[in-house]
Design a protein around this ligand. Structure first.
Ligand code: MN3
Length: 204
């Protein structure tokens, strides 16, 4: 039997105000994320022989699962995993960026500002629903990548995800309506730089 649970948040819904409003946070967590989880668990409950493993590894081997649940596990399991990551990648406003991360961003993008501009442009330009990620590839280089729907690059290749933004409309529509660029600009205020720094590998 295999069953996943909602993660706990390290902050209150209102802690990311005014950048991410409490109502959007509450609906996003308690309705959208909860629904991904419930539908994932419901699909898995039809196969009680499956063993509990981390959701990341379940998704990595989704093609070895019974065919009739592969699509629902990809979509709902992907949504479950991505939101687990998303909440951890957010923090109360006021975090500063470490020297280690700032140096690495400057090395790979020219400057922290250039990285942010490139990331914002990529997230603004993503067509439809999806995510924009900062990843560190196998060679140690930082890259920005988009994914559609509820996929993410670490499910397809050997990379580390350091940062990511949900650009599905449900992530911002209540406060920002069609103005995705405004949501992205506000999101920079609640990026968890410490989390990204903790995952950054630096070659000596
Ligand atoms: Mn979402």
């Amino acid at each position: 039997m295999i069953k996943y649970e909602m993660p706990l948040l390290d902050y209150k819904y209102s802690d990311l105000e005014p950048h991410l409003d409490a109502q959007t946070m509450e609906i996003h967590y308690s309705k959208h994320h909860q629904t991904y989880l419930d539908k994932l668990n419901a699909a898995l409950a039809t196969h009680i022989d499956l063993k509990q493993i981390d959701i990341f590894y379940l998704l990595k081997q989704v093609h070895s699962l019974p065919e009739e649940i592969q699509t629902v596990v990809t979509n709902m399991g992907g949504g479950y995993l991505n939101h687990n990551l998303f909440w951890k990648m957010l923090a109360k406003p006021g975090q500063t960026i470490s020297e280690k991360l700032s140096d690495k961003l400057s090395e790979d993008f020219g400057s922290v500002q250039k990285f942010q501009d490139e990331f914002s442009a990529k997230a603004t330009g993503l067509f439809g629903s999806g995510w924009t990620w900062l990843i560190q590839n196998e060679d140690g280089k930082l890259e920005i990548e988009n994914s559609s729907n509820q996929s993410n690059p670490s499910l397809e290749k050997n990379v580390t995800i350091l940062m990511g933004i949900d650009v599905w409309e449900h992530a911002y529509y209540l406060k920002y309506q069609n103005k995705r660029a405004d949501y992205i600009a506000a999101w920079w205020n609640v990026v968890n730089w410490e989390y990204a720094d903790s995952l950054l590998a630096v070659k000596e």
